[in-house]
Write a new protein. Sequence first.
Length: 365
Amino acid sequence: MKTSRIEFDQFNRLQDEACHERIRAARAKLGSRAVILGHHYQRADVYQYADLTGDSLKLSRLASQTDAEFIVFCGVHFMAEVADFMSKPEQIAILPDLAAGCSMADMANLAKVERCWRELASVIDVDNEVTPVTYINSAADLKAFCGAREGIVCTSSNARRIAEWAYARRPKILFFPDQHLGRWTGHTMGIALDEMVVWDPDLELGGLTPEQIRKAKMLLWKGHCSVHQMFQPAHIERFRAQHPDGFVIAHPECSFEVCQQADFVGSTEHIVKVVKEAAPGTRWLVGTELNLVNRLAEEVKPEGKIVQFMASTVCMCSTMQRIDPQHLAWTLENLAAGEIVNRIHVPEHEAVLARLALERMLAAS
């Protein structure tokens, strides 16, 4: 019997409590047919329904190991793309709100990266001198771009290992879309700052001279995370003045100056691990997304640990916030009624090359 799609309008008017009741009912009806993934940065009223939690790659890998028919990714668009091309052919990836994007990922698109590659070719032997490396926080077509050019994907936890892999093959790296992760990675490898130059995609030759391009060991795409750019060295200086025995931990998407002043720098998984394994009674200043920090603070409070958010203003992943109880309820009710909504499907020709770049990463790390 053919069903009709349930429109979102009626859910948009629902109060949160009514949404929660409908989420619970739809989940019960779907059972193991659906797995809900909750990223670390997801809002608490949605995160509570996650069957699996963690960072984007971890979630996609775990979801692919389930027998779920539907992978409901409470994250952002590029994460659902990864879940799609990493999952079994019969699994369907879904993003509850298609407007949940990533501002950083949007700073590098295929047309601009292809133009960059052509312009580099006018100065150097790009195919033999440059390995393209894309942060996993990027669109599937950019992962496919790397796959087609003997390039690779990296995460915030393995960026250095991946850079070492790339330098073993060619003398230069084109790193996109986050300049800060690339710069911090190069710094940990001993690369001088003047050998890591920023490529501005809106300027001819990225705003660089041919001499700068020839000298560079790493070409950093002019991109950043809108959350992590809010953290400043002044926040750390104020914390240390007030709490000289405290510790500072930052995500490598933070600026170089913030990472320099931090005691620890690492991925979201690393941040959670370090703080949870720290001695009871310690105090922490954490430079990453607000929802993760608040959740972590509550989890370690019984041990007498104090976890503070680094910025004085609210810094949350606003696009991930778009996935609210209303969108989750709408998605699950449609699935329970036999209607697939907001499916994320990477075209096969892109998926093959994107998987190749990701498989290189998994083999290298």
